[in-house]
Design a protein around this ligand. Structure first.
Ligand SMILES: N[C@@H](CCC(=O)N[C@@H](CS)C(=O)NCC(=O)O)C(=O)O
Length: 325
């Protein structure tokens, strides 16, 4: 694991000393948008028009951020429009490794340098690549799922909307706490290098999970009775929680199996058409337990827990008004 400095790959773990043991996630640097007509999106340059076969998505099946983009590719029926390369489970001294179908690269950092020879920083998945201009469109999952939500609608005729205009305010508000305390919260717990940083992240995380459990006891989804991007952004952390974050990242106050509402909710989302195929638990566990050698030096991967997301979810009895149907 490392980063690019002065055009070179440097193998180094996350720097936490300057921040009192707190893990800080680097902001994504490629922030262009694919749009229906190629006009610029909310950030970045113009020229990325939605076209069949033009874009390529690089993901890790382990990564919760990349997982969001795979889910949206499925929900929005983009499989035949955007092809995917899955990087290897193990992220070692050269960072993400892959069999690259476009340039025959062995390492993902080579793709970053091809896009921008002056790029400095961490090399993360997901990456949305434009084959036409041979550049990275975006390496920010939050943006990529919003592009997928609408940019290709005219081509696919899939009108599913996970970020409806009327709900922007509510969705953004919920996203903010979930990102900080849960999505990134598990990493802040697991990558903390001081007791204090760990404990802060741990308490923030479980307070937020209690808050989610309470919301889900009153309504079916995070924003009432409509599934939105907020649910999918949360789902990719929840599905990894008991298998990885509980043990490996020391998020062990309780398991999610101890939260009845959250448990049913995970199962419901998992059982939505196409989603199960985006979850590879072996790949997920192998990646985390084998790649983070500073927190699991032996690389031994635990066998359990036994999880069955196909059990009945019983969420269809929940209504937005908090009553039972
Ligand atoms: N903001 C990015 C974060 C992506 C991210 O941090 N991905 C992790 C994998 S879960 C990664 O590639 N990490 C490699 C590294 O930090 O060196 C997004 O949401 O797209």
């Amino acid at each position: 694991m490392g980063l690019i400095q002065n055009g070179q790959w440097v193998d180094t773990w996350y720097e936490t000393k300057q921040n009192k043991g707190n893990f800080q996630r680097q902001a994504s640097k490629f922030r262009n948008w694919i749009t229906q007509d190629g006009n610029p999106g909310p950030t970045g340059k113009s020229g990325f028009k939605a076209e069949k076969g033009r874009y390529h998505l690089y993901v890790s099946l382990a990564c919760p951020w990349a997982h969001r983009t795979l889910i949206f590719r499925t929900l929005k029926q983009l499989e035949s429009y955007i092809d995917v390369t899955v990087v290897d489970a193990l992220m070692a001294e050269n960072g993400w490794e892959l069999n690259d179908p476009l340039y025959d690269f062995k390492y993902l950092y080579q793709l970053y340098l091809k896009s921008d020879a002056d790029y400095e920083g961490r090399v993360t998945v997901p990456v949305l690549w434009d084959k036409k201009t041979q550049t990275i469109v975006s390496n920010e999952s939050a943006d990529i799922i919003r592009m997928f939500n609408t940019a290709f609608n005219q081509l696919t005729h899939n009108k599913g909307d996970y970020y409806p205009t009327a709900l922007h305010g509510d969705i953004n508000q919920v996203n903010e706490r979930i990102y900080e305390d849960i999505n990134n919260g598990v990493y802040r717990s697991g990558f903390a290098t001081t007791q204090e940083a760990y404990e802060n992240a741990y308490h923030q995380l479980f307070d937020a999970l209690d808050w989610v459990e309470n919301i889900l006891s009153k309504q079916r989804y995070l924003i009432g009775d409509t599934i939105t991007e907020a649910d999918w952004r949360l789902f990719t952390t929840l599905i990894r929680f008991d298998a990885v974050y509980h043990g490996h990242f020391k998020c062990n106050k309780q398991t999610l199996a101890d939260y009845p509402e959250i448990s049913g909710y995970i199962r419901e989302l998992y059982q939505i058409k196409g989603i199960e195929a985006t979850v590879d638990m072996t790949h997920i566990k192998n990646h985390y337990y084998m790649s983070h050698t500073s927190i699991n030096p032996t690389g031994v991967v635990p066998i359990g827990p036994e999880l069955n997301f196909l059990l009945p979810h019983e969420r269809n009895t929940k209504t937005a008004l908090g009553g039972e149907k």
